[in-house]
Design a binder for this molecule. Structure first.
Ligand code: BV8
Ligand code: ZN
Length: 249
């Protein structure tokens, strides 16, 4: 008979009480309850835009204005939202484990930092940042509205969103820190991701491969490609499940 959620919660909280190192990988689902549209719920269309046109280098090369229109809309959406109880619970987990806690996110909305998390590894970049196409300078522009085609404050060339598009490499240092935190974890959570985008999803099997003792836990509305790879899955809203886990440790 499958374990009841209560038993699973008990298993998780018992392991957390003994753990030194906790690593969390989040995806768009952790921000869904804040009102940020998830990536795949829109059937590969994002706000009506085919992904190929707005989240690939070719899309940028072909029509940079179209790409900026898409990111201006996402920046405007994220400027109006707040962290939800799921983000807050992860901040409490960071408070509990201090340097032993690592938050790896595929999200670009900055909501984990808004909830107070300090050690956030943004695998796919950040909506608040732009990167110069000429001098490569990265600037934090916050979420206030920008010109349709914003320019670099240093060299006046066009800037692009500082986002990792498909077919682009992830930031090396952030990736290697994410791998280190994954393989060192006593408990590894994968929360609110469909686990179809690599290399991010590759962290999930990695947690157990390097440390069979690691407890791996999925929290999602539904089963995903990660479900077969983890020890335990709890299915429901992250904003409801995470506070229950935090109350138990
Ligand atoms: C790379 C930035 C190589 C955009 C993103 C051909 C050539 C090269 C690479 C490839 C190729 N073919 C395939 C690849 C690999 C490709 C890939 O994985 N493609 C997939 C689609 C098959 N990966 C790449 O291209 C990566 N780069 O491989 O480079 C390389 C190496 C060296 C040198 C040069 C090149 C780059 C991947 C990064 C792409 N950028 N984002 C932007 O955000 O604007 S990825 C995009 O998907 C988003 O960032 C998102 O975060 C990410 C993952 O999606 P999820 O977060 O999982 O969101 P999703 O909607 O899918 O799922 C939400 C989940 O939440 C659901 O399961 C739902 O049930 C759940 N949920 C909803 N509500 C709740 C909830 N759960 C709990 N509670 C709730 N309330
Ligand atoms: Zn510049």
């Amino acid at each position: 008979m499958p374990m009841l959620d209560q038993e699973k919660i008990e298993t998780i909280t018992q392991r957390l009480r003994k753990a030194n190192s906790v690593t969390v990988l989040t995806g768009a689902g952790i921000s869904a309850e804040s009102g940020v549209p998830t990536f795949r719920a829109s059937d590969g269309l994002w706000e009506g835009h085919p992904i190929q046109e707005v989240a690939t280098p070719r899309g940028w090369y072909r029509n940079p204005e179209n790409v900026w229109r898409f990111y201006h809309a996402r920046r405007a959406n994220v400027a109006t939202v707040k962290p939800n109880p799921g983000h807050v619970a992860l901040k409490q987990l960071e408070d509990r484990f201090g340097d032993g806690f690592t938050l790896i996110t595929q999200n670009v909305d900055g909501l984990h930092q808004q909830a107070g998390c300090r050690n956030v590894l943004e695998l796919h970049g950040a909506l608040r940042e732009v990167r110069c196409t000429k001098c490569q300078r990265v600037e934090d522009r916050g979420l206030e509205p920008l010109d349709l085609m914003p320019i670099c404050t240093t060299c006046r060339a066009n800037v692009r969103p500082n986002i990792v598009w498909f077919e682009e490499a992830l930031p090396e240092l952030i990736w290697s820190k994410s791998v280190d935190a994954t393989v060192a974890s006593d408990v590894f959570f994968v929360i609110g991701t469909s686990a179809v985008v690599y290399p991010a999803a590759g962290l999930i099997p990695m947690a157990k491969r390097y440390n069979p003792e690691t407890l791996t836990v999925e929290i999602n509305l539904t089963r995903t490609d990660a479900s077969e790879m983890v020890d335990l899955g709890i299915y429901g809203k992250a904003g409801e499940i995470l506070p229950i886990i935090l109350r138990g440790i």
